[in-house]
Write a protein that binds this ligand. Structure first.
Ligand code: AMP
Length: 194
């Protein structure tokens, strides 16, 4: 299973990514988590990453690729991955396709989780109480939602045109969202078998 999870902040991609990885026995690779770990490790690179994250801006593509490529390469060799939070713009989508081609793997689907901005904002503000994340503040949340709409949003038509987009309503509790994703992916597998 090789899946991408495309979702605005607060749509539940971390939760769903973990569940889908356990369900399909592949590695869950969360771009934001790997970048946060790199930021915590410090050094020049870590400080640079942290500066982008605290503002809610995207980390430069080359840094993201340098951090993610080893994890994706290892996971592909192990049978697949759920890649959550990458790609987040068109150049990254092209780089992701090139990487997949180099590794000799093809994407099965791109799961797009959507929910209204008001729902996402409320969830993120609730999460802010316990997340301890530097980017879970009202101003930065607003900015992250704008970055998603302007920069990541264009990936929805991009993957729709490629016939691999699976759009799921994320304005429901986690269990029905998981069930919807699984039903849609099972449908794809059956269609591919015919
Ligand atoms: P997330 O944990 O997915 O909400 O990501 C948190 C932050 O990490 C984002 O606001 C960006 O600063 C950074 N980030 C995560 N994934 C990417 C990516 N694919 N490209 C650039 N920056 C990213």
């Amino acid at each position: 299973m090789k899946l991408l999870l495309l979702a605005p902040p607060g749509a539940g991609k971390g939760t769903q990514g973990e569940r889908l990885a356990a369900w399909s026995s592949v590695r869950h690779i969360a771009a934001g988590d790997l970048l946060r770990a790199e930021a915590r490790a410090g050094g020049t690179l870590g400080r640079e990453i942290a500066a982008y994250q605290v503002r809610g801006d995207l980390v430069p593509d080359q840094i993201v690729l340098d951090v993610l490529t080893p994890a994706v390469t290892e996971a592909a060799a192990g049978g697949g991955y759920i890649l959550d939070g990458f790609p987040r713009n068109l150049p990254q989508a092209i780089a992701a396709a090139e990487l997949a081609a180099r590794l000799g793997v093809t994407l099965d689907a791109v799961v797009y989780l959507y929910a209204p901005d008001a729902v996402l904002t409320r969830r993120l503000l609730d999460r802010a109480q316990q997340s301890g994340r530097s980017d879970d503040t009202a101003d930065v949340i607003r900015h992250r939602l704008r970055v998603f709409a302007e920069t990541t949003g264009p990936l929805v038509p991009y993957y729709t045109e490629r016939g691999i987009l699976v759009a799921v309503d994320a304005d429901q509790p986690p269990d029905p969202v998981t069930a919807d994703i699984q039903a849609r992916l099972a449908g794809l597998t059956r269609a591919a078998d015919r």
